[in-house]
Design a protein around this ligand. Sequence first.
Ligand SMILES: *[C@@H]1O[C@H](CO)[C@@H](O)[C@H](O)[C@H]1NC(C)=O
Ligand SMILES: *[C@@H]1O[C@H](CO)[C@@H](O)[C@H](O)[C@H]1NC(C)=O
Ligand SMILES: *[C@@H]1O[C@H](CO)[C@@H](O)[C@H](O)[C@H]1NC(C)=O
Ligand SMILES: *[C@@H]1O[C@H](CO)[C@@H](O)[C@H](O)[C@H]1NC(C)=O
Ligand SMILES: *[C@@H]1O[C@H](CO)[C@@H](O)[C@H](O)[C@H]1NC(C)=O
Ligand SMILES: *[C@@H]1O[C@H](CO)[C@@H](O)[C@H](O)[C@H]1NC(C)=O
Ligand SMILES: *[C@@H]1O[C@H](CO)[C@@H](O)[C@H](O)[C@H]1NC(C)=O
Ligand SMILES: *[C@@H]1O[C@H](CO)[C@@H](O)[C@H](O)[C@H]1NC(C)=O
Ligand SMILES: *[C@@H]1O[C@H](CO)[C@@H](O)[C@H](O)[C@H]1NC(C)=O
Ligand SMILES: *[C@@H]1O[C@H](CO)[C@@H](O)[C@H](O)[C@H]1NC(C)=O
Ligand SMILES: *[C@@H]1O[C@H](CO)[C@@H](O)[C@H](O)[C@H]1NC(C)=O
Length: 784
Amino acid sequence: MKSSLESFNSHTYQAIHAVLLVFLFSFSLKYAAPAAFHGNETDKLALLGLKSQITEDPSRVFASWNESVHFCRWTGIKFGPREERAIGLNLKGLILAGIISGHLGNLSLLNSRHLAENSFHDEIPPQLSRLTSLQYLNLSFNYLTGEIPVNLSHWVNLENLVLDHNTLVGQIPYQVGSLTKLVKLYLKNNNLTGIFPGSIGNLTSLEELYLSYNNLEGELPASSARMAKLKLLGLSVNSLSGEFPPPFYNLSSLELIALSFNNFSGNLRSDLGHYFPNLQKLYLGSCQFIGSIPSSLANASKLLQLDFPENNLTGNIPKGLGNLRNLLWLNVHRNHLGYGKHDDLDFLNSLTNCSSLKMLHLGDNQFVGTLPHSIVNLSSQIQRLLIFRNRIGGSIPREISNLVNLNLLDMSNSNLTGRIPDSIGRLTNLGGLNLVSNLLTGVIPSSTGNLTELVYLYLPRNKLKGNIPSTLGNCNQLLILAISDNHLTGTIPQQLIALSSLTKIYAFYNSLTGPLPGNSLQGTIPNQEDLQDVQSLDLSLNNPSGSIPHFIANLTSLLYLNLSFNNLEGELHLQPCVYQETQKTRKKHVLALKYILTIVFAASFSILALLVVFLRWRRNLKDRPEQEDRSESACFNPNISYEELRIATGGFSSENLIGSGSFGTVYKGTFTSDGMVVAVKVLNLQHQGASKSFTAEYQALRNIRHRNLVKVISACSSSDFKENDFKALVFQFMPKGNLDEWLHPEKEIHEKSSLTILQRMNHNRCGLCTSLSSPSVPNTHDSL
Ligand SMILES: *[C@@H]1O[C@H](CO)[C@@H](O)[C@H](O)[C@H]1NC(C)=O
Ligand SMILES: *[C@@H]1O[C@H](CO)[C@@H](O)[C@H](O)[C@H]1NC(C)=O
Ligand SMILES: *[C@@H]1O[C@H](CO)[C@@H](O)[C@H](O)[C@H]1NC(C)=O
Ligand SMILES: *[C@@H]1O[C@H](CO)[C@@H](O)[C@H](O)[C@H]1NC(C)=O
Ligand SMILES: *[C@@H]1O[C@H](CO)[C@@H](O)[C@H](O)[C@H]1NC(C)=O
Ligand SMILES: *[C@@H]1O[C@H](CO)[C@@H](O)[C@H](O)[C@H]1NC(C)=O
Ligand SMILES: *[C@@H]1O[C@H](CO)[C@@H](O)[C@H](O)[C@H]1NC(C)=O
Ligand SMILES: *[C@@H]1O[C@H](CO)[C@@H](O)[C@H](O)[C@H]1NC(C)=O
Ligand SMILES: *[C@@H]1O[C@H](CO)[C@@H](O)[C@H](O)[C@H]1NC(C)=O
Ligand SMILES: *[C@@H]1O[C@H](CO)[C@@H](O)[C@H](O)[C@H]1NC(C)=O
Ligand SMILES: *[C@@H]1O[C@H](CO)[C@@H](O)[C@H](O)[C@H]1NC(C)=O
């Protein structure tokens, strides 16, 4: 395995040079006075110098850069009023490949120094530092390597420096502090190391500073208090440390503070909210903050998002947060909140005043007490309500049906009692319902069948009784049904097993009886095609009787079948060793071993057949740090079927279309088992190279844990229902800003495979880790 990965890596590394680079840059030069001496000729030569180093030009921009046209008419060039000098160059998004020519440094006449031989291939040529008139420089989303040139200090007129999404290394040069006109500084998604330079504090005009997704360390310097105009500050996903940086308390203009995934620690000052009257988004997740949530946040009345997951916060949620009328998002997942008192949840009452609330995540804390009925008065806008893994008792109120926009409801691993209210059937937007491990009694309401958007239904480990409602057969998006470990009786309704969407049924440890569906005694045998998607069927520890229906042997997609401890009789002739992997379609990577089925008639235990080996590298896929070490989670097949993606994307509907490009189309999807929101890139296989790109891209992505990148969660390589090859990649969904990465595989491969690829590999992660008990909330840090 290792050697194949290594050889793969060297293969990808070479592939970088063959692949199209996305060369996306534009900058403008301030209009300089009319040429001193043949200035226009110098500009022309410089532009030809640029052209000469372009190796790929798919849209043939440079064909127009020829002698038959005056160079002031060449595409992408902007000239000054007297058409003397080039003042701007915009070649954004043209998929050019090559290197940035040092000749571009000649576009200004101000420097006549000797031009160094250009051996910087993928680096930012230092000659660019001659462009002292530069106001705007955008080289983002390229493959630029090397360090940020220290001579950038010559860019004294620069207002926007945008170098994000490259693989720049080294420290942020302290000279950046000379760019005192800078308004935007974007260096995020690079491999920068070292400290946050104190000189950045000199940038007193700065409004937007993004250094997130790098490897910066150390504390924030006191001088950062001087950036008085700063509005957006993104420092997430670095290794910065210290307390919540004291200098920030001087930055009262801040609207966004993103510090998640760093090593910050200590208490948050209780008066924190008073210092940020303009604050809209506060992201402090996955650090080591302790103490309580500052009650003063109630006074930061513009707050939209509060995100504190995975810290060591104690105390409770301040009731005053109910004053935040605009609050959309409150996430305190995995802290130590709650006093263990019966009134722990009283704050929920005040949150009913947050009339825009869309997401409330209280999971994995220490809240006890009774679920307040007032949750039914939370905003009807609420889409995600997660309170799992606390010790919350009480019952699910009937009026929960007020929350008509709920898409994900997770109250698992609590102490809830009473029945599942019939009214649950009115939550028709529900995609995931998780009530695992409670003390729920009564029946599964037949109204559950009205939840036609439901993708998973998890009810194991309760005290539910009665029959499995046949109405569940109406849930035609249902992918996983887990009802094990209850007191259910009766048969598995045929309507259910005939659901073509269903892939997994966990029904073990109940008192199900009667013949298995499909048995000829039970009416017609379901259409083969209907059954072909079921991958797992676990009916162990029940009491069904009669003979094992033969159709089970024909379920070609079945990966897991457990009929042990039942009263079944008869023989089951499974197909031996099916190993279908053609190079073209790589359909089902399933090696079904041989089976043996022994039968013990009328005895209360017997047998079983079961087998399955995944031919996959499933161990190394988990790359979502927030999902690690869930004791109750179960990793299923990390690869996803066409059908799952079809469901997640609403049949690849145009509503879910978020973009398309030459390599494919990107859809937003709400993912099955855990409610995760994902971006699904369906590759356009007509495009030359797309297929090759798929393999390379997936391989590169899945083996590397690199925080700079949109995370690939899984991949699907199979055929669609028309037996056409179908290939798709599934990415973690980030609401904004990453479309380029989804659409341009070439870039991802490049970023991932450069230089330190082996160092970045991590084999201990599992991509789609479908947790039965804890749906994760997608990372919505749209603006880190
Ligand atoms: C350069 O400018 C001079 C006058 O300013 C003009 O005569 C000449 O044609 C220009 N050359 C080019 C290549 O535009
Ligand atoms: C840029 O200027 C340098 C010297 O200033 C010269 O050597 C070089 O040839 C020029 N490049 C172009 C493309 O004009
Ligand atoms: C030169 O560019 C023009 C358009 O700007 C184009 O029509 C012409 O075909 C080009 N000539 C050559 C030789 O490519
Ligand atoms: C940077 O600027 C300094 C002084 O202007 C000069 O000596 C040095 O050669 C420049 N370095 C590069 C790489 O251009
Ligand atoms: C910029 O900041 C550094 C470090 O804080 C300081 O030493 C230097 O004097 C400052 N320069 C300017 C021009 O303000
Ligand atoms: C920060 O604010 C404090 C008072 O809140 C003030 O004393 C201090 O001078 C400020 N620091 C800067 C660098 O503005
Ligand atoms: C909010 O501000 C008001 C007025 O400054 C103050 O009286 C109140 O105590 C503050 N509330 C909190 C929760 O800090
Ligand atoms: C909601 O706001 C109203 C008006 O400000 C207030 O009277 C009421 O007490 C608040 N309700 C809760 C539960 O905080
Ligand atoms: C919900 O709000 C309505 C109207 O404000 C109120 O009459 C009702 O008592 C509230 N229900 C609960 C359970 O708090
Ligand atoms: C479910 O739908 C049926 C008709 O489709 C309707 O009669 C019934 O009232 C619904 N049940 C609930 C709880 O909404
Ligand atoms: C089949 O189910 C029984 C009872 O639930 C369980 O003990 C056994 O481990 C299962 N077999 C496999 C191979 O999973």
